[in-house]
Design a protein around this ligand. Structure first.
Ligand SMILES: [Zn+2]
Length: 687
């Protein structure tokens, strides 16, 4: 609220009160049922119908709607099979059966589990168990003298993005890969299974993409929009998997694992390689066991859409506050993504209604439903790549809501400048009880209580933005301040399975849409403030403070590798940035509070402030991943979901390159200095 001039604060409070009161659980439930009616994998007829349904919802609100087409390189399953061929023959199931009473799964029938971009072909051989198939796990196998060459690797989900399992298995010489869900992670070890509870049955299968390229988005058009006639890479030159990869449930996996006769796995169950099946896991299958994996897929370019609805800003129409979630799903996608997408559409309804009543935000608000996220953030990345320049100048914030309403335990990963506005928004909303009854506890209080920050226990712990969803293009490529919001606490798991439908969503999460309502409210308040405050309500001091924190993390990694990093110059520079951030913030809040900020000065401050986090964008054409231009954060190139903070330093450390590390330090000193100067300029204009 401090970013609103005193004479605007009452109106803003009234506005927020209206937004909070109007969030409708009934409408959220209606949208959910509508969008999750049928399977709608990207590029399918089902997905085209969901695209039309979302566009229709936006249009009915009176918003201007854009259907943005893109042509992405997708993969479709033809067949998949896993067999034990010796001793004896046994075909293992690769399909998920319907569950009685769950009409969505009954309508679909037995459904093939598959991993998009698997190689096509067949492999037969001995078996090696590789735990989570992380880089460390393959290093461990090598250390233990287990040869993976020519073998079929079996690995459990978890520990990294599944694409890296395929990448590392292939690099180690495996000829096929089986990925399964272990009951230690989802199944009877976690709680009751479906249909009694919400956890994985023996036949539940996690689908998902295997794409791990050094850029996000369409595999064939890195850095450029995937238009129909874009210049494309030759698919054979793109590092997609060659070996067949098949996901299965733990029922099928136990048939293989229980027949293995090699050495026991290291470490036991607590942090070791032992999973939750009732026998000792082993590293190798022994002399007799032979397994076959056979997968057929088609890779081809398919047309899909992003849908965008815009409320134009009154004062800075070119500036954008963007709220998004994807629409494509592996099957029905009730949780992933629609438990977020319905929040985007509901938030659009709230703001559209206010617009009809005469309200206009200063900055534009864009509500987005992205296509082909599941294949690797294709739609959102292509949209960003088409608008790099505009977003670079005018992108205020991107808030990602992929599958956000998973429970009432709010959590967030966010870039530095957005943390304060998210906490303020969470303070403006009260948390509901599990039964959906109102309480007097604010979402922020509840959040801090559950997960206090270690260094500052009055604040909640924020995660770092890594990979795995649609913020990647905005944040890692262009530097738009970004955040993901998500409620946790789900007692069960339907991730990328046939059971991710409205029936199981309601079974696991209550019938009441209280989580969806709560998170929509938080998003609505944050959006109202980001779009309509006198200046973007950014937390400027946090940039330097977070840098110091991340620097310590990076220095600890360097130390483990016996690399010396001189952090003191960087730490001093970051502290200066934090101090200058405080000075700028004080000056800005003072001039806003005085009510005497002239239009001319406000325009100049707006331009500086909006671009603050963009100062981290540095073109490094010679780096390993030039597409990842944000030097503050990138996705972890070895795990996919996680984040690499201060990635230029991390890259040098990972190569054990002391000279490059020195250069990286210089890069950060330069960027920190430009951030400091910008804050000095902002303070001068405000003062
Ligand atoms: Zn998703």
């Amino acid at each position: 609220m401090q970013f609103f001039a005193p004479d605007r604060r009452d109106a803003e409070l009234a506005m927020e009160k209206t937004l909070l009161a109007r969030v409708s659980r009934d409408n959220l439930a209606r949208l959910h049922k509508r969008f999750a009616r049928e399977p709608h994998v990207a590029g399918s007829a089902g997905d085209a119908r969901v695209v039309d349904a979302i566009a229709e919802e936006f249009t009915s609100l009176g918003l201007s709607v854009e259907k943005h087409p893109f042509w992405g390189y997708l993969a479709k399953p033809v067949s998949g099979a896993v067999e034990i061929v010796a001793p004896g023959r046994m075909t293992l199931t690769v399909k998920e059966p319907p569950i009685a009473g769950d009409k969505y799964s009954e309508e679909v029938g037995p459904s093939l589990g598959w991993n998009a971009y698997s190689g096509s072909g067949e492999a037969t051989g001995k078996v090696v168990y590789a735990n989570h198939a992380t880089r460390q796990d393959f290093d461990k196998l090598q250390e233990l003298g287990v040869d993976v060459k020519g073998k079929i690797v079996i690995a459990r989900y978890g520990g990294n993005f599944r694409g890296y399992k395929a990448k590392f298995a292939e690099e180690a010489g495996a000829t096929g890969l089986i990925i399964y869900t272990d009951p230690h992670d989802s199944g009877y070890m976690q709680g009751l299974m479906k249909p009694e509870g919400g956890w994985s049955t023996p036949t539940q299968i996690q689908r998902g993409s295997l794409k791990t390229l050094p850029y996000s988005g369409d595999p064939l058009t890195p850095g450029k929009e995937a238009t129909s006639d874009a210049e494309r890479l030759d698919p054979s030159s793109v590092a997609l998997p060659h070996i067949p990869v098949q996901p299965i449930g733990w029922g099928a996996a136990s048939k293989i694992l229980s027949r293995m006769r090699g050495e026991p796995v290291p470490g036991g169950a607590n942090g070791g390689w032992q999973g939750g099946l009732p026998f000792t896991y082993r590293l190798t299958g022994g002399e007799d066991l032979r397994v076959r994996v056979k997968v057929q897929q088609e890779r081809k370019i398919e047309k899909s859409y992003n849908i965008l609805a815009t409320i134009p800003g009154s004062e800075y129409p070119e500036e954008m506050v963007i709220i998004g979630s994807h629409h494509d799903a592996w099957v029905h996608g009730a949780m992933d993504p629609l438990a977020g997408t319905i929040l985007v559409v509901e938030a659009a309804r709230l703001f559209a209604q206010r617009v009809k009543e005469g309200w206009r935000p200063k900055r534009s608000i864009v509500f987005a439903a992205w296509g082909a996220e599941e294949y690797g953030m294709i739609g959102s990345t292509e949209w960003v790549e088409a608008r790099q320049e505009a977003l670079g100048l005018h992108g205020v914030a991107y808030i990602n809501l992929d599958g956000a309403a998973r429970g009432l335990d709010l959590g967030s990963s966010a870039s530095a400048t957005l943390k304060a506005v998210l906490m303020d928004a969470a303070q403006a909303v009260t948390v509901a009880s599990a039964e959906g009854e109102p309480t007097s506890t604010t979402v922020l209080e509840d959040w801090v209580k559950r997960t206090p920050d270690k260094e500052n226990p009055n604040e909640p712990r924020f995660g770092n933005l890594g990979g795995g969803s649609d913020h990647v293009g905005f944040y890692c490529h262009v530097g738009v301040p970004s955040a993901g919001l998500e409620g946790g606490g789900t007692q069960g798991d339907t991730y990328h399975s046939l059971y991710d439908n409205v029936y199981w969503y309601k079974q696991i999460l209550n019938d009441n849409y209280a989580a969806a309502e709560m998170i929509t409210r938080v998003v609505a308040v944050a959006t109202a403030r980001l779009a309509d405050a006198d200046l973007p309500p950014f937390d400027a001091p946090r940039i330097g403070e977070d840098f110091v924190r991340h620097l310590r993390g990076v220095a600890a990694v360097a130390e483990k590798r016996d690399l010396t990093m001189s952090t003191s110059a960087l730490e001093d520079a970051a502290r200066n940035v934090a101090e200058q951030g405080q000075a700028a913030q004080r000056a800005i809040l003072a001039v806003i509070a005085s009510g005497s900020l002239s239009k001319d000065r406000r325009d100049r401050l707006e331009r500086l402030y909006v671009a603050l986090e963009r100062l981290w964008i540095v073109d490094r054409p010679k780096s390993d991943r030039p597409w990842y231009r944000n030097t503050f954060a990138a996705t972890d190139p070895d795990s996919g979901y996680g984040a690499w903070m201060l990635p230029v330093l991390r890259e040098a450390i990972s190569k054990n390159d002391a000279v490059e590390l020195k250069r990286a330090e210089q890069t950060y000193l330069r960027v920190l200095e430009s951030v400091r100067q910008t804050l000095v300029a902002a303070a001068a204009i405000a003062g």
